[in-house]
Design a protein around this ligand. Structure first.
Ligand code: IPM
Ligand code: MG
Length: 351
């Protein structure tokens, strides 16, 4: 297969972790007879510095004409504590999601047998956890009307959803549940929010089209609690943008390190693959960040083209590296901490 992949390394540790994923993908391509044409483009603070725009038109053009996008991270501390900044790196990410129509963000959480005791949660709580969040990514409060009134003393952000937006996300959730344990949990705050009531009503109406799927409805606050109490009870969870943002960070802790969890953002015509962690500026340029979330995101990229042997080969070598202790400092716990690039080299040479 010939694949054109837009390569958006972004900020902070983005370029370092992306390099390792590229190494791994190139070995996979050779082994399985594919051709990957990497098409680098600017995003985030790096793009603001270079051209004054966190998601320049040229970058969009490269993305939209590629088969997939592999993305590192976005964000820079010089913008975080400056509420008055006119352009922010995150705007680039949001514009990219919107312009590429990436409406469904797939964020799995699973445990690695060799890391189970690294999780801050007790083994008996997390063993067997294998859940996936489907977070709506192009609607809700992230994209609603916002502003200031009252000479700046009052601020508002509005959350809006259409039935169609809920349906297309829920459809993905039902389909995913059908391929997994046939359980779907709709996470909302329908006891308070009108948008949540629309979510619930829409999902309820779709239940009859998927009689094999058992649907439960839970309030987001209760899920936040149960997720760390009994994560293995969940399978597929669907939720709106902000709830999904918060719950997926929480869920990532279960696996033992945020540096491990991959994600895919699915659109109608193109999909983007990225680690769920951020740009981790404190570690930028130090060759210490965990590249595995990005490498596992590349596995999801192969899955996206139904190349499951390729994806499995990546997951297998990642598991091997973990059980062999070829890990970066976040997982080393007193043992030898390998460099980001050393982990990448090890993976590439052990596929
Ligand atoms: C994420 C991030 C982004 C989000 C930020 C960087 C805008 O936290 O992908 O989860 O809130 O969606
Ligand atoms: Mg987030």
């Amino acid at each position: 297969m010939k694949l054109n992949v837009a390569l958006l390394a972004g900020d902070g540790i983005g370029p370092e972790v992306i390099d390792q994923a590229v190494k791994v993908c190139n070995v996979i391509a050779t082994k399985f007879n594919h051709e990957i044409n990497w098409r680098p483009a600017l995003t985030g603070a790096a793009a603001i510095d270079a051209v004054g725009d966190p998601y320049p038109d040229e970058t969009h053009e490269i993305c939209i004409t590629s088969d997939a996008v592999l993305f590192g991270a976005i964000g820079h501390p010089k913008y975080d504590n400056d509420p008055s900044a006119k352009v922010r790196p995150e705007q680039g990410l949001l514009r990219m999601r919107q312009k590429l129509g990436l409406f469904a963000n797939v964020r799995p959480t699973f445990t690695f047998p060799s890391l189970i005791d690294k999780s801050p949660l007790k083994r008996e709580r997390i063993e067997g956890t294998d859940l996936v969040f489907l977070r709506e990514l192009t609607g809700g409060i992230y994209f609603g009307k916002r502003g200031r009134e009252d000479n700046g003393d009052t601020a508002y952000d509005t959350c809006t959803y259409t039935r169609k937006e809920v349906q297309r996300l829920a459809k993905k959730g039902f389909e995913m549940a059908q391929k997994r344990s046939k359980r779907l949990c709709c996470v909302d705050k329908a006891n308070v929010l009108e948008t949540s009531r629309l979510w619930r009503e829409t999902v309820q109406a779709m239940e009859k089209d998927y009689p094999d799927v058992e649907v439960s409805y839970e309030f987001v606050d209760a899920v936040a609690m149960r997720l760390v109490q009994w994560p293995s009870e969940y399978d597929v969870l669907i939720t709106e943008n902000l709830f999904g943002d918060i719950l997926t960070d929480e869920a990532s802790v279960i696996s033992g390190s945020m540096g491990l969890m991959p994600s895919a953002s699915i659109g109608e015509s193109i999909s983007l693959y990225e680690p769920i962690h951020g740009s981790y500026p404190q570690a930028a340029g130090k060759d210490i960040a965990n590249p595995l979330a990005t490498v596992l995101s590349a596995a999801m990229l192969f899955d996206g083209f139904n190349l499951s042997d390729e994806a499995e080969a990546i997951r297998k070598v990642v598991n091997e590296s973990l059980s062999e202790g070829i890990v970066t400092e976040d997982l080393a716990e007193g043992g030898k901490a390998y460099k980001t690039s050393e982990v990448g080299d090890w993976l590439a040479s052990h596929i």
